[in-house]
Design a protein around this ligand. Sequence first.
Ligand code: ADP
Ligand code: MG
Length: 653
Amino acid sequence: MALISLRNIKKHYGGENGTPKVDVLQGINLDINTGEFVALVGSSGSGKSTLMHLLGCLDQPSSGEYYFNHRNVATLDLDQLAALRREAFGFVFQAYHLIPTESAIENVEIPAIYAGIPEAQRQAKARQLLQRLGLADRLHNRPAQLSGGQQQRVSIARALINGGSVILADEPTGALDSRSGSKVMELLRELADQGHTVILITHDYSVASQARRVIEVRDGKIVGDSGDLHTASTTSSDNTATNDEPSSTRTQQQSAHLADEIRDACRAAWRVMWLNRFRTGLTLLGIIIGVASVIIMLAVGEGAKREVLQQLNAMGPNMMYVGPAVPDSGGPRGVISEADIDAISQMPEVLRIMPILRDPALLRYGGVSRNYEVLATNESLPQINRWPVAQGRFYTDEDNRTIAPVVVLGHRVYTRLFPNGADPLGKQILLNESLYEVIGVMAEKGAESGYNNHDERVYIPRKTGMVRLFPKLRDESYINLEIRHSGLMDQAEQKLEALLLDRHGRDDFWLTNSASRLEAEMATSNSMTIMLGMIAAISLLVGGIGVMNVMLMTVRERTREIGIRVATGARQRDILRQFITESAMVSLLGGLIGAGLSGLIIIILHWVDVAVAPSITALLGAVSCALITGLIFGFMPARQAARLNPVIALAGE
Ligand code: ADP
Ligand code: MG
């Protein structure tokens, strides 16, 4: 049996859903032996290209049988067909069909990549082939930088890289001037002499006559066959460039093959991204914003949470707060009287009590004249707030009883009044026109708790406040209570509420504790986190849709490239992998840029005193989210690419 054997092959297009049926091939019987140099000649539209696509396993006949090397091609699955294209056939097209983004040598290497030939080996082979075809000095030129004849020689080199035992050339000289054309014909003749089976398709009888056997096709039928004028010797099948080499090396190099292919896909993807960098940039934007907002949102949310916890820690954990309020039922604002305070302090659950009067006052010292908030408290403040004095001392109960005009400065007030670190103790400052002696400076609180405003205050004894500084301020701003231990909190709260209700006869006070305060703050920060999270998710989604959009566009723009890749032996999964790699790379790049951007923004936020707690987990999570988005949204376009019909793809633009 011959190498190629066609039995009553028919091919029609259309015929379904009302489209007119076109019979293109109408019963072709043909045998071609190894080493023959055959020309299929016929006028345009006679069905030659259709026949070539069938011979090259790019298309299936409507009926009839095709035996290649004694195997019925109809029994082969898609991967086996791809292997056949890769290892047995070499296509040469009228339009050359080189991939425009790849250099000459890279174009030649493509079939070898799909065959799993290691990089060094396939580069050497490609270089050697191009040298043999007179293109030694054009290895790194893009197709656009080559003349038509040169491009056609590149495509011949590509057809030969995996052996190319059968060369299928469809009008290879059709687009060339006569000199380049005859050079290509000479090459094909040489290849036939070396044992390759060459099938040349042409509409030009003078070109066809250069082959050793001329078969004439008209209206999808063979109408003339000169017979094999120079039957190649049977031994020539042995020195034909067969496909043994790739097949035998393939199994050992399976893993190297995969890594090689992925690297190659990444390189190709990077090149495409770079060539379309404006478009890529726009696509990236969605992903960048999504990833950056996820990371920032988590950092800010976590930062806020930590700040609340820190504040709670700084205030002491078992705190309750009571203050006057306007009752829900209406009426005047309540008053928490001295007697109330006495009664509360009698409660066994209460460890310490600190009523607070709070109002701003004008502070003057040296050149400074500025309003500061003044807190008038009892001596318990350092214990209740877990807050030591840095210099001097805090006021005592004695100072309180004697209404001493003394003041303790917050840290920032101190640094403002005494910028050179001068000794403040014993100095007199003015508060609303009266003199007060500085007896101490509090430690810096802001650095530890995020409560900067504590450092922006000054502190005086409670009675001093009531009598001297705020004689018109009748009642407490609020009262801090420290409960003995956390187990007593609920009980203390209920008792306190009952006590005040009993004494006032109405609900004219507010009451809260550190735990519920924390809860409230957490709830706000949580709802903010959720909102920001939704924004982040939406922008990732939008980014993903952007990636999908661009990938669909890419697939459409590159249908021809896909056709070329399939014709040179790519399997469906190779195409799938290539396009998924591209979208994954776009989104990974977007993710990384987004991560970098978020880092920058977090630094700026930290710099302007927003509490941020960046985490590596959030960063990795966001970047992987981007990658996964790319994989998910890239899958559909990639599958669409992989499923393209190669014949249609090759014809496409
Ligand atoms: P040739 O290569 O000899 O010029 P082709 O094989 O390209 O001829 O085409 C043969 C005939 O088949 C033409 O009449 C063409 O219009 C028709 N044909 C080719 N491809 C298709 C297709 N996909 N759908 C419908 N008709 C087609
Ligand atoms: Mg044609």
